[in-house]
Ligand binder design. Structure first.
Ligand SMILES: C[S@@+](CC[C@H](N)C(=O)[O-])C[C@H]1O[C@@H](n2cnc3c(N)ncnc32)[C@H](O)[C@@H]1O
Length: 267
């Protein structure tokens, strides 16, 4: 008799690949199914550097959280948080300050189920299953969690997720709603795929993901700059992932990162 694994939600259609599980596979995780791996292999054909890009993205997430901690941030809203893997936001933040609070948000069932499992014993972190392009619903649930005090600065993270937000979801308005809900001195950490770097590979990825449940929308540097409306982008600005305040990693060609990263302070 087979036992249902606790991170596999009941009724999940495992034949339908998801971006969360594809990313988990790229990172070497075990929370993915054959359909996710098949899509990931196509993704890797289009962008052979995808595993490195995923790791560089996680490394940026870590540096951004530590940077925000240095600026005094002690509560984080992680939008599109993904399937927990090594170095989750609550682990990074609570290592620096055990009192740090984290609210994760994802709409993917496996990401939510596995997050619930690993957060069971942590009263300072939770996961909300919600579409992050619906800021009012997310903000209401975050408020109700009791873990975010919206009178105090918040570290908002949209790392590796905005390339899943289509133009018709009005990305500018989505970010503006989060910006308007947090006080001055809050931070936004952002990373997303761009066609400015490695355009051929980017076009290939867009094609591979087109018919999936997570089509992708790369953005130019100036489009991303527009999303930081109301934030002062901190040095070094909007740069390829590994160039954002590096900790000595040696990356032969930063453009191969395919993703821009930036952090802004609400003013
Ligand atoms: C590539 S993963 C990034 C995970 C993590 N933020 C990181 O950078 O390591 C993108 C995640 O965003 C989630 N996602 C995409 N669109 C979303 C949306 N509209 N609302 C909530 N989550 C979303 C996916 O389910 C996936 O788990």
């Amino acid at each position: 008799m087979s036992e249902r694994v606790s991170w596999v939600p009941e009724g999940l259609d495992t034949g339908k690949p998801s971006a969360a599980r594809l990313y988990d596979y790229l990172l070497g995780g075990g929370h993915n199914f054959a359909a996710d791996r098949a899509l990931a292999e196509k993704f890797l054909q289009a962008q052979p550097n995808a595993r490195t890009i995923a790791r560089l993205n996680r490394a940026f997430l870590r540096r951004a959280v530590l940077f925000m901690m240095d600026q005094g941030i002690r509560q984080f809203l992680d939008l599109g948080s993904g399937i927990p893997t090594v170095g989750n936001v609550h682990e990074i933040a609570q290592k620096a300050d055990p009192e740090a609070h984290v609210v994760y948000v994802d709409f993917e069932e496996v990401a939510v189920a596995h997050s619930q499992l690993i957060l069971e014993e942590d009263p300072r972190a939770t996961i909300i299953q919600e579409d992050m392009t619906k800021p009012q619903a997310v903000l209401k649930a975050a408020e109700e969690s009791g873990l975010i005090d919206f009178a105090q600065p918040v570290g908002v993270l949209t790392v590796g997720v905005f390339h899943f937000v289509p133009p018709e979801a009005d990305p500018h308005a989505v970010l503006a709603a989060y910006r308007d809900a947090v006080p001055d001195g809050s931070y936004l950490a952002f990373s997303q795929f761009t066609q400015d770097l490695q355009p051929e590979e980017m076009a290939g990825i867009v094609e591979v993901m087109k018919k999936s449940q997570n089509p992708m929308f790369p953005r130019t540097k100036s489009e991303i700059a527009g999303l930081f409306d109301g934030f002062d982008v901190v040095e070094p600005g909007i740069v390829p992932l590994p160039l954002w305040r590096p900790e000595g990693q040696n990356v032969d060609d930063p453009d191969k990162a395919g993703i821009y990263a930036a952090v802004g302070r609400k003013v």
